[in-house]
Ligand binder design. Structure first.
Ligand SMILES: [Fe+2]
Length: 359
């Protein structure tokens, strides 16, 4: 039996003064395409751009205003499956508190953060961590993270959350509560846009009791060879919806119409992905887009992601009967969320291909 070796922290590796990165952190060949300088990529004005969706009107009392806002959201969800949300209703002040709390934690010395280390080998995935080489490719990602469930409140375990800084728990709790409300608003609009009852998608993903919000802070240290490094490998999110904040350092790329498009940094926005769960329920009408993360030499990148996930076993995910017909047969077999995650992991270990899972 081999002893479990604690994963090394990317932060420690990055600050050790290395000029080339260990081979485990290099992307597979087929993924080394268009790995330009992310700051240059972000400035490009030509070509496709991730849509920006103003959602202040999606709950408007005026049916005309509401209808128009819902159609805009629908178009973005069908064409891209990812968008910048503006006027989302969460205050800049609360968002700043969440960012400051996460950043302050990551500024602690590695030894301090290790006190919160998770133990993936024992199945304890919550806490401070780095990716383990558990896939067939043996690849590692150039990031450390902090991960925990943040909502509903009766399912979270505050003993796993950072105690430092003191505002971490209040800020992340409040933010999670507000995001949960935003998720309901979005799910309602996505339901109406498909001709479904307003509360349908919300109910299908578990409702207030069962939909889980998983909070993850991704910390990407500066990297000596960003043109080779695997920041985040190409994947689609398994969630229903994913909401992302970042520290205005570019890095997210979307695979749109055969090309990698770099997302611009839009002030005060929240990036939202449609995940596989909604793609399946909508029988492919809404899209879960392939995306990846790039790192850079000059700046640390931090992102704060909230994955809204259905319960692992309680719900069978399958295209809604209302959206299936002879002309549009079901495109996905019924499966639980846990089975879907397993299915994607299995495909991933079957050899190189790009559609692979990860949150
Ligand atoms: Fe993702």
């Amino acid at each position: 039996m081999t002893a479990t070796i604690a994963p090394s922290r990317v932060e420690s590796l990055a600050s050790s003064g290395i000029e080339s990165i260990p081979k485990e952190y290099v992307r597979l060949n087929e993924e080394l395409t268009s790995m330009g300088n992310v700051f240059e990529e972000e400035k490009k004005e030509e070509g496709s751009q991730v849509p920006t969706i103003d959602i202040k009107d999606i709950a408007s009392e005026d049916p005309e205003v509401r209808g128009k806002a819902i159609q805009e959201l629908k178009r973005a969800a069908m064409e891209w499956g990812v968008m910048h949300l503006v006027n989302h209703g969460i205050s800049d002040e609360l968002i700043d508190r969440v960012k400051v709390a996460g950043q302050t934690f990551f500024e602690l010395p590695v030894e301090e953060k290790e006190k919160y280390a998770n133990d993936q080998a024992s199945g304890n995935v919550q806490g401070y961590g780095s990716k383990l080489a558990n896939s067939a490719s043996g690849r590692l990602e150039w990031e450390d993270y902090y991960f925990h469930l943040s909502y509903p409140e009766d399912k979270r375990d505050l003993s796993i959350w950072p105690e430092t800084p003191a505002d971490y728990i209040p800020a992340v709790s409040e933010y999670s509560k507000e995001l949960r409300y935003l998720a309901t608003k979005i799910l309602s609009a996505l339901s109406l846009a498909l001709g479904l009852e307003e509360g349908r998608l919300e109910k299908e993903v578990g409702g207030l009791e069962e939909l889980l919000l998983q909070f993850k802070i991704n910390y990407y240290p500066k990297c000596p060879q960003p043109e080779l490094a695997l920041g985040v490998e190409a994947h689609t999110d398994v969630s229903a919806l994913t909401f992302i904040l970042h520290n205005m350092v570019p890095g997210l790329q979307l695979f749109y119409e055969g090309k990698w498009v770099t997302a611009k940094c839009v002030p005060n926005s929240i990036i939202m992905h449609i995940g596989d769960t909604i793609e399946i329920l909508s029988n492919g009408k809404y899209k879960s887009i392939l995306h990846r993360g790039l790192v850079n030499k000059e700046k640390v990148r931090i992102s704060w992601a909230v994955f809204c996930e259905p319960p692992k076993e309680k719900i069978i995910l399958k295209p809604l009967p209302d959206l299936v017909s002879d002309e549009e047969p079901a495109r996905y077999p019924p499966r639980t969320f846990a089975q879907h995650v397993q299915y994607k992991l299995f495909r991933k270990t079957q050899g190189p291909q790009t559609t692979i899972t990860k949150n």
